[in-house]
Design a binder for this molecule. Structure first.
Ligand code: GTP
Ligand code: MG
Length: 372
């Protein structure tokens, strides 16, 4: 029989409270399971972080381990890591940019992961190097849907010319989006020429993704004649192509119908600055029918927008946008992490809730405290 020391069985609090079955006893403290020698070794390993130069050299020579470690630095909240991450990103920037960035969005279940698997394989077969990233701030626990259903990307995961990285975790969309944006640069410097960014088309994340890609693809499935229901106008307006997925079996006819309807709907939108007229198509991620056509469309888009310079103009506008976004994000973070503000915030919130002060006066007061 296991004999436990007495202090683990009789707890101070238990003596004072009545002996109800609902009372919980404090847990038994676990024995030390890690030997100090092992702990020292782990510590040593953790300390043997590669230097910025090692990371940069690794990334530029196409080393995936170096790439993954650098992305981990980008995603870290440790200020030292951020300094190192910035060094690496800066060195990589001049090697980035030679790529096409494709955003893919669609409601859950539309087949994004299956599509990316088929599409990604098609691209690696064409000799391309494909990186798949995700922006999914909602799932900080599962680290994005990509990781959860890596089984849907079984082939792509094994492909040496593909790199799949789940969504960065973070509390704000802005934070997650910035990290993804920086990860794009690292992947490009590592030699990936096609970057696919997946996001679930609910909420705000598709807007963030739209502002970091060249081509934005909206995946849809055919409904029962009510194709236009439930689509946010904003998303349709952003799309460079709408692709109706699951056009296989009994669904082929419905998908063709949906394609025609979307085509009609797209014509109601004002012309795009890119001069590109958004296209509609149908495909099956399962049978791979129509997948190569999607790439042909993107190639046409690239040729046209490079010819009229829109491609380059948009990228420089996006750079400016991300600079301003980063300032917004950092200022906000700095404000809410300020110890003075943290002390005052709760009581000020209460005062606003109780109508003791106006929201604007309260905001002014906090801002004054912050800037003083
Ligand atoms: N028949 C058919 N089924 C498909 C096709 N593409 C995907 N599916 C199925 O649809 C289901 C959802 O596919 P996913 O690829 O996981 O969809 P998703 O958009 O990534 O979903 P979330 O990650 O939850 O947002 C799976 O059961 C797929 O097998 C297709 O082209 N045809
Ligand atoms: Mg998915």
């Amino acid at each position: 029989m296991l004999i436990l020391p007495k202090r683990h069985l009789v707890l101070e609090n238990d003596k004072k409270t009545n002996p109800s079955a609902l009372n919980e006893k404090a847990g038994i403290s676990p024995p030390e399971i890690i030997s100090s020698a092992v702990a020292k070794n782990i510590q040593k390993f953790r300390n043997s972080q590669p230097t910025s130069k090692e990371l940069i050299d690794g990334i530029l020579s196409g080393n995936i381990t170096a790439l993954s470690r650098a992305i981990t630095l980008v995603e870290s909240t440790n200020p030292d890591h951020l300094i190192k991450a910035n060094e690496v990103i800066n060195a990589c920037l001049s090697h980035a940019n030679k790529s096409v960035r494709i955003g893919i969005t669609g409601v859950p279940g539309v087949g994004k992961s299956t599509f990316i698997e088929a599409f990604g394989k098609h691209l690696t077969n064409l000799g391309k190097k494909v990186a798949v990233l995700a922006v999914d701030p909602s799932s900080t626990i599962s680290h994005g849907s990509i990781l959860g259903d890596k089984t849907r990307m079984e082939e792509l995961v094994k492909d040496p010319n593909a790199y799949i990285r789940p969504s960065a975790s973070g509390e704000t969309l802005g934070g997650v989006a910035r990290k993804t944006r920086e990860t794009i640069s690292l992947c490009e410097a590592c030699g990936f020429d096609t970057i696919i960014i997946e996001t679930v088309g609910v909420g705000q994340s598709e807007t963030a993704v739209h502002s970091m890609v060249d081509f934005f693809l909206l995946l849809k499935i055919a409904g029962a004649g009510d194709e236009l229901q439930g689509i946010k106008r904003g998303i349709m307006e952003m799309a460079d192509a709408i692709v109706i997925n699951k056009a296989d079996g009994d669904n082929i006819k419905k998908a063709k119908l949906a394609k025609t309807e979307f085509n009609r709907a797209l014509h109601l939108f004002p012309a795009k600055k890119s001069g590109w007229i958004p296209t509609t198509a149908s495909c099956s991620a399962l049978t791979k029918e129509g997948i190569s056509e999607v790439w042909q469309t993107i190639e046409k888009f690239l040729a046209q927008t490079k010819e009229n310079d829109y491609f380059y103009k948009k990228r420089s506008e996006q750079n400016e946008y991300w600079m301003l976004e980063t300032i917004n994000e950092q200022l906000k973070l700095n404000f809410f992490n300020n110890p003075e503000i943290q002390k005052l915030l709760d009581s000020t919130k209460k005062a606003v809730q109780n109508g003791e002060t106006s929201p604007f006066a309260a905001a002014q007061l906090l801002l004054k405290t912050y800037f003083k």
